[in-house]
Design a protein around this ligand. Structure first.
Ligand code: ATP
Ligand code: MG
Length: 566
Protein backbone atom coordinates (compact mmCIF):
# COMPACT_ATOMS: atom_id res chain seq x y z
CA UNK A 1 0.00 0.00 0.00
CA UNK A 2 1.15 3.50 -0.78
CA UNK A 3 1.21 5.78 2.21
CA UNK A 4 0.22 8.74 0.04
CA UNK A 5 -3.09 6.98 -0.59
CA UNK A 6 -3.61 5.73 2.96
CA UNK A 7 -5.45 7.53 5.74
CA UNK A 8 -2.44 8.14 7.96
CA UNK A 9 -3.99 9.81 10.97
CA UNK A 10 -0.90 10.04 13.18
CA UNK A 11 -0.79 12.63 15.94
CA UNK A 12 2.33 14.42 17.09
CA UNK A 13 1.04 15.26 20.56
CA UNK A 14 -0.11 12.89 23.27
CA UNK A 15 -3.91 12.99 23.51
CA UNK A 16 -4.89 14.30 26.95
CA UNK A 17 -7.57 11.66 27.54
CA UNK A 18 -5.20 8.68 27.21
CA UNK A 19 -4.21 7.13 30.53
CA UNK A 20 -2.36 4.07 29.30
CA UNK A 21 0.41 3.47 26.78
CA UNK A 22 -1.78 1.46 24.43
CA UNK A 23 -4.57 4.02 24.46
CA UNK A 24 -2.10 6.82 23.74
CA UNK A 25 -0.29 4.93 20.99
CA UNK A 26 -3.46 3.68 19.30
CA UNK A 27 -4.71 7.25 19.05
CA UNK A 28 -1.33 8.67 18.06
CA UNK A 29 -0.74 5.99 15.42
CA UNK A 30 -4.22 6.65 14.07
CA UNK A 31 -5.49 3.10 14.61
CA UNK A 32 -8.75 4.09 16.28
CA UNK A 33 -10.85 7.15 17.07
CA UNK A 34 -13.42 7.56 19.80
CA UNK A 35 -16.99 8.27 18.72
CA UNK A 36 -18.56 8.30 22.19
CA UNK A 37 -17.43 7.07 25.61
CA UNK A 38 -16.17 3.50 25.13
CA UNK A 39 -17.25 3.40 21.47
CA UNK A 40 -14.53 3.44 18.82
CA UNK A 41 -14.12 3.52 15.05
CA UNK A 42 -11.32 1.42 13.60
CA UNK A 43 -9.32 3.28 10.95
CA UNK A 44 -7.67 1.41 8.05
CA UNK A 45 -4.35 0.61 9.74
CA UNK A 46 -6.01 -0.40 13.00
CA UNK A 47 -8.49 -2.60 11.21
CA UNK A 48 -5.66 -4.49 9.53
CA UNK A 49 -4.32 -5.37 12.98
CA UNK A 50 -7.76 -6.34 14.26
CA UNK A 51 -8.19 -8.62 11.23
CA UNK A 52 -4.84 -10.27 12.00
CA UNK A 53 -6.03 -11.17 15.48
CA UNK A 54 -9.35 -12.39 14.10
CA UNK A 55 -7.61 -14.57 11.54
CA UNK A 56 -5.33 -16.29 14.05
CA UNK A 57 -8.29 -16.86 16.37
CA UNK A 58 -10.40 -18.22 13.51
CA UNK A 59 -7.66 -20.60 12.32
CA UNK A 60 -7.08 -22.02 15.80
CA UNK A 61 -10.81 -22.39 16.45
CA UNK A 62 -11.28 -24.19 13.13
CA UNK A 63 -8.37 -26.45 14.00
CA UNK A 64 -10.27 -27.68 17.09
CA UNK A 65 -13.21 -28.58 14.86
CA UNK A 66 -15.38 -25.74 16.15
CA UNK A 67 -17.87 -24.37 13.59
CA UNK A 68 -18.27 -20.69 12.87
CA UNK A 69 -21.72 -19.14 13.17
CA UNK A 70 -22.99 -15.59 13.42
CA UNK A 71 -25.71 -15.01 15.99
CA UNK A 72 -27.81 -11.84 16.12
CA UNK A 73 -26.41 -8.93 18.12
CA UNK A 74 -29.93 -7.98 19.22
CA UNK A 75 -31.60 -10.57 21.42
CA UNK A 76 -35.19 -10.87 22.69
CA UNK A 77 -35.71 -10.33 26.42
CA UNK A 78 -37.68 -13.60 26.74
CA UNK A 79 -34.51 -15.66 26.37
CA UNK A 80 -32.85 -13.70 29.18
CA UNK A 81 -35.96 -14.07 31.31
CA UNK A 82 -35.82 -17.84 30.79
CA UNK A 83 -32.20 -18.01 31.91
CA UNK A 84 -32.95 -15.73 34.85
CA UNK A 85 -30.41 -13.10 33.78
CA UNK A 86 -32.78 -10.35 32.59
CA UNK A 87 -33.11 -9.10 36.15
CA UNK A 88 -29.70 -10.20 37.37
CA UNK A 89 -27.40 -8.71 34.74
CA UNK A 90 -27.91 -5.15 35.89
CA UNK A 91 -27.12 -1.88 34.13
CA UNK A 92 -24.28 -3.34 32.02
CA UNK A 93 -27.02 -4.79 29.80
CA UNK A 94 -28.13 -2.34 27.10
CA UNK A 95 -31.90 -2.80 26.91
CA UNK A 96 -33.89 -1.76 23.86
CA UNK A 97 -37.53 -1.61 22.80
CA UNK A 98 -38.80 -2.05 19.29
CA UNK A 99 -41.76 -0.16 17.75
CA UNK A 100 -44.15 -2.69 19.29
CA UNK A 101 -42.62 -1.96 22.69
CA UNK A 102 -41.19 -5.47 22.84
CA UNK A 103 -38.03 -5.71 24.91
CA UNK A 104 -34.63 -6.66 23.56
CA UNK A 105 -31.03 -6.28 24.55
CA UNK A 106 -27.82 -5.75 22.62
CA UNK A 107 -25.86 -8.92 23.39
CA UNK A 108 -23.08 -8.56 25.96
CA UNK A 109 -22.53 -12.33 25.57
CA UNK A 110 -24.50 -15.12 23.88
CA UNK A 111 -25.17 -18.06 26.22
CA UNK A 112 -28.94 -17.59 25.92
CA UNK A 113 -28.94 -17.28 22.13
CA UNK A 114 -26.75 -20.31 21.55
CA UNK A 115 -28.70 -22.40 24.07
CA UNK A 116 -31.86 -21.51 22.19
CA UNK A 117 -30.22 -22.65 18.94
CA UNK A 118 -29.04 -25.86 20.60
CA UNK A 119 -32.46 -26.75 22.01
CA UNK A 120 -33.97 -26.35 18.56
CA UNK A 121 -31.29 -28.11 16.52
CA UNK A 122 -29.66 -30.75 18.74
CA UNK A 123 -31.71 -33.89 19.34
CA UNK A 124 -29.41 -36.79 20.02
CA UNK A 125 -26.12 -37.59 21.74
CA UNK A 126 -24.97 -38.68 18.27
CA UNK A 127 -24.66 -35.01 17.30
CA UNK A 128 -22.39 -34.34 20.28
CA UNK A 129 -19.92 -33.04 21.20
CA UNK A 130 -20.30 -29.95 19.06
CA UNK A 131 -18.76 -26.49 19.38
CA UNK A 132 -19.91 -23.25 17.77
CA UNK A 133 -18.04 -19.97 17.71
CA UNK A 134 -18.53 -16.50 16.36
CA UNK A 135 -16.52 -13.31 16.10
CA UNK A 136 -18.89 -10.51 16.83
CA UNK A 137 -19.49 -7.08 18.29
CA UNK A 138 -20.66 -7.07 21.91
CA UNK A 139 -22.03 -4.22 23.94
CA UNK A 140 -21.60 -3.88 27.69
CA UNK A 141 -22.52 -0.62 29.30
CA UNK A 142 -19.38 -0.65 31.46
CA UNK A 143 -19.63 1.65 34.46
CA UNK A 144 -16.14 3.00 33.72
CA UNK A 145 -15.14 2.50 30.11
CA UNK A 146 -11.44 3.31 30.02
CA UNK A 147 -8.02 2.72 28.54
CA UNK A 148 -9.43 3.06 25.03
CA UNK A 149 -10.47 -0.23 23.48
CA UNK A 150 -9.11 -2.16 26.47
CA UNK A 151 -12.31 -1.63 28.44
CA UNK A 152 -14.74 -0.35 25.86
CA UNK A 153 -18.51 -0.51 25.79
CA UNK A 154 -18.67 -1.78 22.22
CA UNK A 155 -15.97 -4.35 21.50
CA UNK A 156 -15.16 -7.38 19.39
CA UNK A 157 -15.20 -10.81 21.03
CA UNK A 158 -14.75 -14.36 19.87
CA UNK A 159 -17.16 -16.44 21.87
CA UNK A 160 -17.44 -20.19 21.57
CA UNK A 161 -19.92 -22.59 23.16
CA UNK A 162 -19.62 -26.35 23.37
CA UNK A 163 -22.39 -28.93 23.97
CA UNK A 164 -21.90 -32.36 25.51
CA UNK A 165 -23.75 -35.37 26.74
CA UNK A 166 -21.70 -35.50 29.96
CA UNK A 167 -19.02 -33.82 32.02
CA UNK A 168 -16.24 -36.08 30.74
CA UNK A 169 -16.83 -34.91 27.18
CA UNK A 170 -16.90 -31.28 28.33
CA UNK A 171 -13.58 -31.81 30.09
CA UNK A 172 -12.05 -33.04 26.83
CA UNK A 173 -13.21 -30.04 24.79
CA UNK A 174 -12.22 -27.71 27.62
CA UNK A 175 -8.66 -29.04 27.40
CA UNK A 176 -8.68 -28.55 23.61
CA UNK A 177 -9.81 -24.97 24.05
CA UNK A 178 -7.14 -24.42 26.67
CA UNK A 179 -4.60 -25.62 24.11
CA UNK A 180 -6.15 -23.50 21.34
CA UNK A 181 -5.91 -20.37 23.51
CA UNK A 182 -2.30 -21.23 24.28
CA UNK A 183 -1.60 -21.52 20.53
CA UNK A 184 -3.39 -18.25 19.73
CA UNK A 185 -1.45 -16.22 22.27
CA UNK A 186 1.83 -17.90 21.35
CA UNK A 187 1.29 -17.22 17.65
CA UNK A 188 0.50 -13.59 18.45
CA UNK A 189 3.90 -13.35 20.14
CA UNK A 190 2.55 -12.50 23.59
CA UNK A 191 3.83 -13.44 27.02
CA UNK A 192 0.89 -14.77 29.00
CA UNK A 193 -0.27 -16.94 31.88
CA UNK A 194 -3.29 -19.20 32.13
CA UNK A 195 -4.70 -18.85 35.61
CA UNK A 196 -7.37 -20.63 37.62
CA UNK A 197 -10.12 -18.13 38.16
CA UNK A 198 -13.32 -17.49 39.98
CA UNK A 199 -16.17 -18.09 37.55
CA UNK A 200 -17.79 -14.70 38.23
CA UNK A 201 -21.44 -14.16 37.40
CA UNK A 202 -21.68 -16.36 34.30
CA UNK A 203 -22.04 -19.24 36.76
CA UNK A 204 -20.53 -22.70 36.66
CA UNK A 205 -17.53 -24.57 37.89
CA UNK A 206 -14.02 -24.73 36.55
CA UNK A 207 -12.68 -21.69 34.74
CA UNK A 208 -9.36 -20.32 33.56
CA UNK A 209 -8.44 -16.81 32.57
CA UNK A 210 -5.70 -16.04 30.08
CA UNK A 211 -3.71 -12.95 30.99
CA UNK A 212 -1.20 -11.04 28.91
CA UNK A 213 1.47 -9.86 31.31
CA UNK A 214 1.86 -6.07 31.30
CA UNK A 215 2.25 -3.31 33.86
CA UNK A 216 -1.03 -1.68 32.85
CA UNK A 217 -3.00 -4.84 33.70
CA UNK A 218 -5.95 -4.48 36.06
CA UNK A 219 -5.39 -7.91 37.62
CA UNK A 220 -2.65 -9.19 39.88
CA UNK A 221 -1.37 -12.66 38.98
CA UNK A 222 0.65 -14.87 41.29
CA UNK A 223 2.74 -17.47 39.51
CA UNK A 224 5.36 -19.98 40.56
CA UNK A 225 8.96 -19.20 39.63
CA UNK A 226 9.53 -22.84 38.63
CA UNK A 227 6.22 -24.52 37.72
CA UNK A 228 3.22 -23.57 35.53
CA UNK A 229 1.12 -22.75 38.61
CA UNK A 230 -0.60 -19.38 38.22
CA UNK A 231 -3.70 -17.90 39.83
CA UNK A 232 -5.46 -14.64 40.39
CA UNK A 233 -3.90 -13.18 43.51
CA UNK A 234 -7.33 -13.09 45.14
CA UNK A 235 -7.67 -16.86 44.85
CA UNK A 236 -4.22 -18.01 45.91
CA UNK A 237 -4.37 -20.16 49.00
CA UNK A 238 -1.59 -19.59 51.48
CA UNK A 239 -0.67 -22.83 53.22
CA UNK A 240 -0.51 -22.71 57.04
CA UNK A 241 3.07 -22.39 58.36
CA UNK A 242 4.63 -25.80 58.89
CA UNK A 243 7.34 -24.81 61.36
CA UNK A 244 6.57 -24.23 65.05
CA UNK A 245 6.10 -20.67 66.27
CA UNK A 246 9.28 -19.13 67.80
CA UNK A 247 9.30 -19.14 71.61
CA UNK A 248 8.39 -15.98 73.53
CA UNK A 249 11.50 -14.10 74.63
CA UNK A 250 10.38 -10.53 75.40
CA UNK A 251 8.39 -9.26 78.32
CA UNK A 252 5.07 -7.55 77.76
CA UNK A 253 5.41 -3.74 77.70
CA UNK A 254 3.30 -0.68 77.07
CA UNK A 255 4.45 2.28 74.95
CA UNK A 256 2.96 5.68 74.22
CA UNK A 257 2.17 6.17 70.57
CA UNK A 258 0.32 9.47 70.43
CA UNK A 259 -0.89 10.31 66.93
CA UNK A 260 0.45 7.05 65.49
CA UNK A 261 -2.36 5.07 63.99
CA UNK A 262 -1.16 3.21 60.93
CA UNK A 263 1.26 0.28 60.92
CA UNK A 264 3.78 2.46 59.05
CA UNK A 265 3.59 5.18 61.73
CA UNK A 266 3.79 2.78 64.67
CA UNK A 267 6.62 0.68 63.21
CA UNK A 268 8.64 3.81 62.36
CA UNK A 269 8.14 5.30 65.84
CA UNK A 270 9.01 2.06 67.68
CA UNK A 271 11.75 1.07 65.21
CA UNK A 272 10.31 -2.37 64.60
CA UNK A 273 9.53 -3.76 61.17
CA UNK A 274 5.88 -3.97 60.00
CA UNK A 275 6.40 -7.77 59.91
CA UNK A 276 6.70 -7.68 63.70
CA UNK A 277 3.45 -5.75 64.19
CA UNK A 278 -0.10 -6.98 63.84
CA UNK A 279 -3.09 -5.02 62.60
CA UNK A 280 -6.52 -5.73 63.97
CA UNK A 281 -9.55 -5.04 61.81
CA UNK A 282 -13.04 -5.13 63.25
CA UNK A 283 -15.54 -6.47 60.73
CA UNK A 284 -19.14 -7.63 60.66
CA UNK A 285 -19.51 -11.23 61.88
CA UNK A 286 -21.80 -13.79 60.29
CA UNK A 287 -24.19 -13.26 63.24
CA UNK A 288 -23.74 -9.45 62.94
CA UNK A 289 -21.64 -9.37 66.16
CA UNK A 290 -18.29 -7.69 65.42
CA UNK A 291 -15.34 -10.01 64.83
CA UNK A 292 -11.63 -9.11 65.10
CA UNK A 293 -9.48 -10.13 62.16
CA UNK A 294 -5.75 -10.06 62.87
CA UNK A 295 -3.12 -9.79 60.15
CA UNK A 296 0.63 -9.31 60.10
CA UNK A 297 1.40 -5.60 59.61
CA UNK A 298 2.78 -6.04 56.09
CA UNK A 299 -0.09 -8.23 54.85
CA UNK A 300 -3.40 -7.34 53.23
CA UNK A 301 -6.81 -8.77 54.01
CA UNK A 302 -8.25 -10.89 51.20
CA UNK A 303 -11.92 -10.05 50.97
CA UNK A 304 -12.94 -13.25 49.17
CA UNK A 305 -11.29 -15.48 51.77
CA UNK A 306 -12.77 -13.45 54.63
CA UNK A 307 -16.27 -13.68 53.18
CA UNK A 308 -15.93 -17.44 52.83
CA UNK A 309 -15.08 -17.82 56.54
CA UNK A 310 -18.13 -19.16 58.39
CA UNK A 311 -17.79 -16.64 61.26
CA UNK A 312 -17.36 -13.57 59.04
CA UNK A 313 -20.24 -11.74 57.36
CA UNK A 314 -20.70 -11.47 53.61
CA UNK A 315 -20.55 -8.92 52.12
CA UNK A 316 -17.66 -7.95 54.33
CA UNK A 317 -17.88 -4.57 56.07
CA UNK A 318 -15.26 -2.79 58.12
CA UNK A 319 -16.74 -1.23 61.24
CA UNK A 320 -16.70 2.57 61.19
CA UNK A 321 -14.94 4.62 63.88
CA UNK A 322 -18.04 4.94 66.06
CA UNK A 323 -18.75 1.20 65.89
CA UNK A 324 -15.09 0.42 66.72
CA UNK A 325 -15.25 2.78 69.71
CA UNK A 326 -18.34 0.94 70.91
CA UNK A 327 -16.89 -2.56 70.40
CA UNK A 328 -13.31 -1.97 71.58
CA UNK A 329 -13.51 1.27 73.57
CA UNK A 330 -10.85 3.02 71.49
CA UNK A 331 -10.28 4.50 68.01
CA UNK A 332 -9.55 2.11 65.10
CA UNK A 333 -5.76 2.75 65.13
CA UNK A 334 -5.41 1.52 68.72
CA UNK A 335 -7.26 -1.80 68.54
CA UNK A 336 -5.33 -4.94 69.45
CA UNK A 337 -6.33 -8.54 70.19
CA UNK A 338 -5.34 -8.70 73.91
CA UNK A 339 -8.34 -8.19 76.14
CA UNK A 340 -10.82 -7.77 73.30
CA UNK A 341 -14.21 -9.18 74.17
CA UNK A 342 -14.80 -10.34 70.62
CA UNK A 343 -14.13 -13.42 68.56
CA UNK A 344 -10.51 -13.18 67.31
CA UNK A 345 -9.51 -14.82 64.02
CA UNK A 346 -5.84 -14.54 63.09
CA UNK A 347 -4.31 -15.13 59.70
CA UNK A 348 -1.73 -17.95 59.74
CA UNK A 349 1.23 -15.53 59.54
CA UNK A 350 -0.07 -13.32 62.38
CA UNK A 351 -0.74 -16.37 64.54
CA UNK A 352 2.86 -17.43 63.92
CA UNK A 353 4.37 -14.27 65.46
CA UNK A 354 6.12 -14.11 68.84
CA UNK A 355 7.03 -10.88 70.70
CA UNK A 356 4.82 -8.75 68.45
CA UNK A 357 3.51 -5.19 68.65
CA UNK A 358 -0.20 -4.40 68.65
CA UNK A 359 -2.75 -1.81 69.78
CA UNK A 360 -3.58 -1.71 73.50
CA UNK A 361 -7.29 -0.89 73.06
CA UNK A 362 -6.61 2.51 74.58
CA UNK A 363 -6.09 5.68 72.53
CA UNK A 364 -2.39 6.52 72.06
CA UNK A 365 -1.07 3.26 73.53
CA UNK A 366 0.49 0.15 72.00
CA UNK A 367 1.77 -3.08 73.51
CA UNK A 368 5.20 -4.62 72.77
CA UNK A 369 6.54 -8.13 73.36
CA UNK A 370 3.06 -9.64 73.03
CA UNK A 371 2.76 -13.43 72.79
CA UNK A 372 -0.20 -15.64 71.91
CA UNK A 373 -1.01 -18.20 74.59
CA UNK A 374 0.88 -16.22 77.24
CA UNK A 375 -0.62 -12.71 77.13
CA UNK A 376 -3.84 -13.58 75.34
CA UNK A 377 -5.63 -16.75 74.29
CA UNK A 378 -4.50 -18.67 71.21
CA UNK A 379 -6.52 -17.30 68.29
CA UNK A 380 -8.62 -19.19 65.84
CA UNK A 381 -6.41 -19.52 62.73
CA UNK A 382 -7.46 -19.08 59.12
CA UNK A 383 -6.02 -18.17 55.72
CA UNK A 384 -7.23 -14.59 55.33
CA UNK A 385 -4.53 -12.68 53.49
CA UNK A 386 -3.33 -12.04 49.98
CA UNK A 387 -0.25 -14.02 49.01
CA UNK A 388 2.96 -12.00 48.63
CA UNK A 389 6.13 -12.42 46.58
CA UNK A 390 8.25 -15.19 48.06
CA UNK A 391 5.36 -17.18 49.58
CA UNK A 392 5.68 -20.89 48.79
CA UNK A 393 3.74 -21.84 45.65
CA UNK A 394 0.56 -23.75 46.63
CA UNK A 395 1.45 -26.57 44.22
CA UNK A 396 4.54 -27.25 46.31
CA UNK A 397 6.95 -26.18 43.55
CA UNK A 398 8.98 -23.01 43.99
CA UNK A 399 7.92 -19.61 45.23
CA UNK A 400 5.37 -17.09 44.09
CA UNK A 401 6.10 -14.00 42.09
CA UNK A 402 3.50 -11.34 41.40
CA UNK A 403 2.88 -9.67 38.07
CA UNK A 404 0.14 -7.60 36.53
CA UNK A 405 -2.04 -9.09 33.83
CA UNK A 406 -4.61 -8.04 31.24
CA UNK A 407 -7.39 -10.60 30.97
CA UNK A 408 -7.71 -11.40 27.27
CA UNK A 409 -9.49 -14.73 27.43
CA UNK A 410 -11.73 -16.68 29.75
CA UNK A 411 -12.89 -20.30 29.48
CA UNK A 412 -15.62 -21.81 31.65
CA UNK A 413 -17.16 -25.17 32.31
CA UNK A 414 -20.78 -24.09 32.58
CA UNK A 415 -22.33 -27.50 33.15
CA UNK A 416 -26.13 -27.36 32.89
CA UNK A 417 -26.60 -23.82 34.21
CA UNK A 418 -28.26 -22.57 31.00
CA UNK A 419 -29.55 -25.80 29.50
CA UNK A 420 -31.48 -26.70 32.65
CA UNK A 421 -33.03 -23.22 32.95
CA UNK A 422 -33.91 -23.12 29.25
CA UNK A 423 -34.88 -26.77 28.80
CA UNK A 424 -32.20 -27.56 26.26
CA UNK A 425 -32.22 -31.35 26.36
CA UNK A 426 -30.89 -34.15 24.26
CA UNK A 427 -31.49 -37.91 24.13
CA UNK A 428 -28.74 -39.96 25.74
CA UNK A 429 -27.84 -43.51 24.55
CA UNK A 430 -30.59 -44.91 26.80
CA UNK A 431 -33.16 -42.78 25.00
CA UNK A 432 -33.63 -40.52 28.01
CA UNK A 433 -33.82 -36.71 27.63
CA UNK A 434 -31.01 -35.07 29.66
CA UNK A 435 -29.96 -31.42 29.84
CA UNK A 436 -27.01 -30.57 27.61
CA UNK A 437 -23.71 -30.02 29.39
CA UNK A 438 -22.05 -26.79 28.22
CA UNK A 439 -18.75 -24.96 28.10
CA UNK A 440 -18.12 -21.37 26.98
CA UNK A 441 -14.92 -19.78 25.78
CA UNK A 442 -14.38 -16.05 25.23
CA UNK A 443 -11.46 -14.11 23.86
CA UNK A 444 -11.26 -10.32 23.62
CA UNK A 445 -10.28 -9.82 19.98
CA UNK A 446 -10.15 -6.02 20.19
CA UNK A 447 -8.69 -6.02 23.70
CA UNK A 448 -5.85 -8.21 22.42
CA UNK A 449 -4.69 -5.39 20.14
CA UNK A 450 -4.30 -3.07 23.12
CA UNK A 451 -2.73 -5.80 25.27
CA UNK A 452 -0.13 -6.48 22.56
CA UNK A 453 0.83 -2.81 22.51
CA UNK A 454 1.09 -2.71 26.30
CA UNK A 455 3.61 -5.51 26.09
CA UNK A 456 5.43 -4.38 22.93
CA UNK A 457 6.35 -0.71 22.69
CA UNK A 458 9.09 1.76 23.48
CA UNK A 459 9.25 5.49 24.01
CA UNK A 460 8.92 6.12 20.28
CA UNK A 461 5.94 3.94 19.46
CA UNK A 462 4.55 0.48 18.89
CA UNK A 463 6.76 -2.54 18.17
CA UNK A 464 4.33 -5.04 16.65
CA UNK A 465 4.98 -8.76 17.07
CA UNK A 466 5.28 -10.13 13.52
CA UNK A 467 1.84 -11.78 13.49
CA UNK A 468 0.06 -8.54 14.38
CA UNK A 469 1.86 -5.92 12.32
CA UNK A 470 -0.46 -4.13 9.86
CA UNK A 471 2.38 -4.37 7.33
CA UNK A 472 5.53 -6.44 7.58
CA UNK A 473 7.78 -4.12 5.63
CA UNK A 474 8.00 -0.37 5.17
CA UNK A 475 9.96 1.10 2.27
CA UNK A 476 11.43 4.48 3.16
CA UNK A 477 12.91 6.19 0.11
CA UNK A 478 14.94 9.27 1.03
CA UNK A 479 14.18 12.27 -1.21
CA UNK A 480 12.58 10.11 -3.88
CA UNK A 481 10.67 13.04 -5.34
CA UNK A 482 13.99 14.60 -6.39
CA UNK A 483 15.31 11.47 -8.12
CA UNK A 484 13.40 9.69 -10.91
CA UNK A 485 16.11 7.02 -10.86
CA UNK A 486 15.44 6.27 -7.18
CA UNK A 487 11.68 6.39 -7.77
CA UNK A 488 12.02 3.75 -10.48
CA UNK A 489 14.18 1.46 -8.35
CA UNK A 490 11.84 1.78 -5.35
CA UNK A 491 8.80 1.13 -7.50
CA UNK A 492 10.44 -2.00 -8.82
CA UNK A 493 11.42 -3.21 -5.35
CA UNK A 494 7.90 -2.51 -4.09
CA UNK A 495 6.37 -4.61 -6.88
CA UNK A 496 8.88 -7.38 -6.33
CA UNK A 497 8.20 -7.61 -2.57
CA UNK A 498 4.43 -7.48 -3.08
CA UNK A 499 4.86 -10.21 -5.66
CA UNK A 500 6.34 -12.40 -2.92
CA UNK A 501 3.16 -11.95 -0.92
CA UNK A 502 4.73 -9.55 1.57
CA UNK A 503 2.62 -6.80 3.07
CA UNK A 504 4.55 -3.70 2.13
CA UNK A 505 3.89 -0.07 2.96
CA UNK A 506 5.62 2.35 0.62
CA UNK A 507 6.21 5.77 2.13
CA UNK A 508 5.86 7.73 -1.11
CA UNK A 509 4.94 10.99 0.60
CA UNK A 510 6.90 14.12 -0.20
CA UNK A 511 8.23 14.25 3.34
CA UNK A 512 11.55 14.84 5.09
CA UNK A 513 13.29 11.59 6.15
CA UNK A 514 12.90 12.56 9.83
CA UNK A 515 9.13 12.69 9.50
CA UNK A 516 9.11 9.34 7.70
CA UNK A 517 11.23 7.70 10.42
CA UNK A 518 9.06 9.10 13.19
CA UNK A 519 5.91 7.75 11.60
CA UNK A 520 7.51 4.36 10.91
CA UNK A 521 8.54 4.14 14.57
CA UNK A 522 5.14 5.18 15.84
CA UNK A 523 3.38 2.68 13.54
CA UNK A 524 5.72 -0.10 14.65
CA UNK A 525 6.26 -1.75 11.24
CA UNK A 526 8.88 -4.46 11.97
CA UNK A 527 11.11 -4.39 8.87
CA UNK A 528 12.43 -1.16 7.36
CA UNK A 529 14.10 -0.83 4.00
CA UNK A 530 15.69 2.59 3.60
CA UNK A 531 16.56 3.51 0.00
CA UNK A 532 18.67 6.45 -1.11
CA UNK A 533 20.42 7.57 -4.28
CA UNK A 534 23.79 7.06 -2.63
CA UNK A 535 22.89 3.48 -1.73
CA UNK A 536 21.61 2.89 -5.21
CA UNK A 537 25.00 3.87 -6.61
CA UNK A 538 26.46 0.95 -4.63
CA UNK A 539 23.55 -1.35 -5.46
CA UNK A 540 22.50 -1.33 -1.80
CA UNK A 541 19.69 -0.46 0.58
CA UNK A 542 19.74 -0.20 4.36
CA UNK A 543 17.83 -2.67 6.52
CA UNK A 544 16.68 -1.94 10.06
CA UNK A 545 14.39 -3.77 12.47
CA UNK A 546 11.98 -1.62 14.46
CA UNK A 547 13.16 -3.17 17.71
CA UNK A 548 16.88 -2.71 16.95
CA UNK A 549 19.07 0.35 16.76
CA UNK A 550 21.60 -0.72 14.14
CA UNK A 551 21.05 -0.76 10.41
CA UNK A 552 22.83 -3.02 7.94
CA UNK A 553 23.45 -2.79 4.21
CA UNK A 554 21.72 -5.33 1.99
CA UNK A 555 22.33 -5.75 -1.77
CA UNK A 556 19.33 -4.43 -3.65
CA UNK A 557 19.15 -7.61 -5.72
CA UNK A 558 18.84 -9.80 -2.60
CA UNK A 559 16.36 -7.76 -0.53
CA UNK A 560 13.40 -10.08 -1.12
CA UNK A 561 15.31 -13.20 -0.13
CA UNK A 562 16.80 -11.41 2.86
CA UNK A 563 13.36 -10.34 4.12
CA UNK A 564 11.87 -13.77 3.60
CA UNK A 565 14.49 -15.13 5.96
CA UNK A 566 13.77 -12.61 8.73
P1 ATP B 1 -13.46 -8.12 32.78
O1 ATP B 1 -13.19 -8.79 34.09
O2 ATP B 1 -12.26 -7.51 32.14
O3 ATP B 1 -14.66 -7.20 32.84
P2 ATP B 1 -15.16 -10.24 31.96
O4 ATP B 1 -14.88 -11.28 32.96
O5 ATP B 1 -16.37 -9.39 32.10
O6 ATP B 1 -13.87 -9.29 31.79
P3 ATP B 1 -15.86 -12.17 29.92
O7 ATP B 1 -17.30 -12.02 30.15
O8 ATP B 1 -15.19 -13.40 30.36
O9 ATP B 1 -15.10 -10.88 30.50
O10 ATP B 1 -15.57 -11.86 28.38
C1 ATP B 1 -14.60 -12.56 27.60
C2 ATP B 1 -13.51 -11.64 27.12
O11 ATP B 1 -14.01 -10.46 26.50
C3 ATP B 1 -12.62 -11.10 28.23
O12 ATP B 1 -11.62 -12.04 28.57
C4 ATP B 1 -12.03 -9.86 27.59
O13 ATP B 1 -10.89 -10.20 26.82
C5 ATP B 1 -13.13 -9.38 26.68
N1 ATP B 1 -13.83 -8.23 27.29
C6 ATP B 1 -14.71 -8.25 28.30
N2 ATP B 1 -15.16 -7.02 28.58
C7 ATP B 1 -14.54 -6.18 27.70
C8 ATP B 1 -14.59 -4.78 27.47
N3 ATP B 1 -15.37 -4.00 28.19
N4 ATP B 1 -13.82 -4.26 26.48
C9 ATP B 1 -13.04 -5.06 25.71
N5 ATP B 1 -12.96 -6.39 25.89
C10 ATP B 1 -13.69 -6.95 26.87
MG1 MG C 1 -16.68 -7.45 32.84
Amino acid sequence: MRLSQTLLATLREDPAEAETVSHRLMLRAGLVRQLAAGIYSWLPLGLRVLHKVEQVVREEMNRTGAQEVLLPAVQPAELWQQSGRWDKYGPELLRLRDRHRREFCFGPTHEETITDLARRELRSYKQLPITFYQIQTKFRDEIRPRFGIMRAREFLMKDAYSFHIDAASLEETYQQMYQAYTCILTRLGLEFRAVRADSGNIGGNLSHEFHVLAEAGEDCIASSDVSTYAANLELVEVPAPTVPRPAASATLGEVHTPGQHSIAEVSAALKVSPEQCVKTLLVNGADEQPVAVVLRGDHELNRIKAERHPDIGAPLRLLDAAQVEQAAGCPPGSVGPPGLKLKVIADGAAAQLADFVCGANRAGLHLTGVNWGRDLPEPQRADLRNAVTGDPSPDGHGHLQLSRGIEVGHIFQLGTRYSAAMQAVCLNPDGKAVPLTMGCYGIGVSRLVAAAIEQHHDARGIIWPAALAPFQVILIPVNMHKSPRLADAVQQLYSELCGHGMEVLLDDRKQRPGVMYNDAELLGIPHWIICSERGLDQGQVEYRHRAGTESQPVALSTVAGFLLEQ
